[in-house]
Design a protein around this ligand. Structure first.
Ligand SMILES: NC(=O)c1ccc[n+]([C@@H]2O[C@H](COP(=O)([O-])OP(=O)(O)OC[C@H]3O[C@@H](n4cnc5c(N)ncnc54)[C@H](OP(=O)(O)O)[C@@H]3O)[C@@H](O)[C@H]2O)c1
Length: 336
């Protein structure tokens, strides 16, 4: 089968196409014929070694969806032909996170989805919503689930809560869609007025260009009638956390998700958390149980993930380059 894998290239990696045998399913395993995969900023982190992680020889990408091509002995959860997606953490089925799950993350410690056939744990797949294409379903395992887990599980988002999403990448656009579906006013920041216009068509109520307004937290504060927002989908990290704290409502919830501004310490005081009796949660994707809950919600609400562009399997390097530009809106996928 065809697969891409990570090959050292100086201080970073590049992806290189290779041939591998089609895997045979062992006990408790399933072979997924991958029909589509999607990229996340995490794949840039791994490619550029921003987290210093050794992934030599690894098949990249956590996110993929397809059809079960074969099942190993003892597998009863799924059968050949089922439409499923892989779980980012193959072993986190539900409950509290445990450190051992870090050894079971697709496209990181174990092989991921940028290949024609993926060898997965039968426990580590979930049926995909029936109304979604494979391309759309391939957007769910990391970006979709992270947005869901942040807002619905850890944030307990209620209809009418206000939600701020930073930027218009995969996680943020999912969060916007989920919040709109839940009847929540949504605030969005972006460097692009055109992207902000698109957010309004998706239901965003307030938008701020963070380049035009570098003090965007003050704008959010003003737009919220000096009340602040109930939830922040914090994908920026150390460079944006101070401003997220500047516009969180008393008792509000910040889902600390991303590292778009790096991995360093926060560039401002954390004291507003205290002064506002606010909450902050460290988020790492979510469990299989959360993924199943997301899919139930999607079946009812019929939300379609926003795909900016689809690339062919052979064009995977171009897909990586495109995500690196930050020009995309929502998700970038690869079709098999
Ligand atoms: N902890 C987890 O479980 C988890 C899961 C998924 C993702 N993440 C992290 O969350 C972040 C987003 O991931 P993603 O895959 O959604 O990324 P993505 O699709 O690549 O989104 C990138 C977008 O973020 C926006 N952005 C960049 N720098 C920004 C800044 N300083 N302030 C505000 N917006 C900024 C830009 O949108 P505009 O063009 O609109 O400005 C950019 O296009 C990454 O750091 C990723 O590693 C973490």
């Amino acid at each position: 089968m065809r697969a891409w894998h990570l090959v050292p290239a100086g201080d970073v990696y590049r992806i290189e196409q290779t041939n591998r045998p089609v895997p045979a399913p062992g006990p408790g395993r399933v072979i997924l014929q991958v029909r589509a995969a999607s990229l996340n900023y995490r794949d840039q982190i791994i490619l550029r070694k921003l987290a210093g992680r050794d992934a030599t020889g690894r098949v990249p990408l956590s996110d993929g969806a397809g059809e079960v091509a074969a099942v190993g002995p003892g597998v009863t959860r799924v059968k050949v032909g089922d439409r499923v997606a892989g779980c980012f953490f193959q072993s986190w089925l539900g409950g509290r996170f445990e450190m051992r799950h870090h050894q079971q993350d697709l496209g990181g410690t174990i092989d991921g989805m940028l290949c024609e056939y993926a060898d997965l744990s039968a426990e580590g797949v979930v049926p995909i919503p029936s109304y979604l294409s494979f391309e759309e379903a391939a957007c769910l395992p990391c970006a979709g689930l992270t947005a869901w887990y942040s807002l619905m599980n850890r944030g307990r988002m209620q209809p009418g809560d206000s939600v701020l999403v930073l930027g218009t990448g995969g996680v943020s656009i999912f969060a916007l869609q989920l919040a709109v579906a839940q009847g929540c006013p949504v605030y969005v920041t972006s460097k692009s007025d055109a992207k902000l216009d698109r957010c309004r068509t998706l239901g965003a109520t307030h938008t701020v260009n963070y380049q035009t307004f570098p003090d965007w937290d003050r704008e959010i504060w003003k737009l919220s009638q000096q009340r602040g927002v109930d939830h922040v989908v914090e994908v920026g990290g150390p460079g944006t956390l101070g401003q997220s704290l500047g516009c969180i409502a008393p008792g509000g919830h910040i889902a600390l998700i991303g590292v778009l501004t790096g991995f360093g310490p926060p560039q401002s005081s954390l004291f507003p958390l205290v002064g506002r009796n606010a909450n902050i949660s460290g988020i790492y994707v979510g469990s299989r149980a959360d993924f199943e809950a997301l899919n139930q919600f999607l079946e009812v609400r019929q939300i379609h993930p926003v795909i900016d562009r689809a690339f062919s399997f052979g064009d995977a390097p171009a897909a990586y380059d495109y995500v690196a530009t930050g020009d995309h809106f929502g998700k970038v996928v690869i079709r098999m």
